[in-house]
Design a protein around this ligand. Structure first.
Ligand code: IPE
Ligand code: IPE
Ligand code: MG
Length: 240
């Protein structure tokens, strides 16, 4: 196991694009859902690591709006895996002080999945150590479209004036309104793109890409990403 030195600059909010499950499975001659099952292990490890490192918010890109277009078998396997994981993981999450929140449009989920969402959000609501946000049926353009509709509705109702729309007002009307913008966005699996994830919120996030496939991503991988972040100089458009 790699030596874990203490890092002085810990990001408050880390967001992760958990990519590479399918390739991981294929490399082993397995079906894609096997990769998602292995990916849940990584989620468990990374939640523990985030608690240990002192991160306060962890957003995990779990299922994109576009992912509905995958073969039905794979979609069903992912939904079933979510439900099973809720049952298996809840006791440990409560013990660790982890609160789970779902971010995305819930209308598309089955009654069963919605029941499990209610269950895990309810059972972990008291967690104060780490908030884990699962982005499910989430995409940034979908979120921004919903936000624009909501703001247009408020203007039509006379509750808001167009000239009063500011960046803050937009942020306060996104699905992510309860969380600060991510300081660090990690993508596993070797691709260099955001795939419709947190486009507004990522304005000044530090980006970290690793070729490691998500099922191989562990606490050392997480620590390495945090070390890279600690070495970055964030300027927010200013001069140092
Ligand atoms: C990410 O892994 C998990 C989800 C999108 C649900 P992928 O399933 O995209 O894995 P690759 O990219 O095909 O290897
Ligand atoms: C992004 O991965 C979505 C999640 C990790 C849930 P994808 O595999 O869906 O993204 P692309 O297709 O490589 O852009
Ligand atoms: Mg992928």
């Amino acid at each position: 196991m790699a030596e874990q030195n203490n890092i002085t600059k810990i990001p408050t909010h880390v967001a992760i694009i958990m990519d590479g499950n399918g390739r991981w499975a294929k490399m082993r001659g397995k079906e894609r859902p096997e990769g998602h099952i292995a990916g849940v292990e990584s989620v468990r490890k990374v939640i523990k690591a985030a608690v240990a490192e002192g991160v306060r918010y962890l957003t995990l890109y779990t299922f994109s709006t576009e992912n509905w277009g995958r073969p039905q078998e794979e979609v069903d396997a992912i939904m079933e895996l979510f439900c099973r994981s809720v049952i298996a993981e809840t006791p440990e999450l409560i013990k660790e002080g982890v609160q789970i929140r779902i971010m995305g449009d819930r209308v598309a989920f089955s009654e069963k999945v919605n029941a499990y969402i209610d269950r895990i959000e309810g059972d972990t609501a008291a967690g104060e150590v780490l908030t884990v946000v699962l982005a499910m049926n989430y995409s940034s353009r979908y979120e921004l479209t919903a936000t624009m509709k909501a703001l247009a509705g408020k203007i039509a109702d006379g509750a808001l004036k167009a000239e009063d729309i500011t960046a803050e007002v937009i942020s306060e009307n996104l699905y992510s309104k309860d969380y600060p913008d991510p300081d660090l966005i990690i993508r596993s699996g070797g691709e260099y793109r955001l795939s419709n994830f947190l486009l507004w919120q990522a304005a000044y996030s530090e980006l970290y890409f690793t070729p490691t496939l998500w099922p191989d991503f562990d606490k050392e991988s997480f620590h390495e990403a945090l070390e890279a972040y600690a070495g970055r100089q964030r300027r927010f458009g200013l001069v140092k």
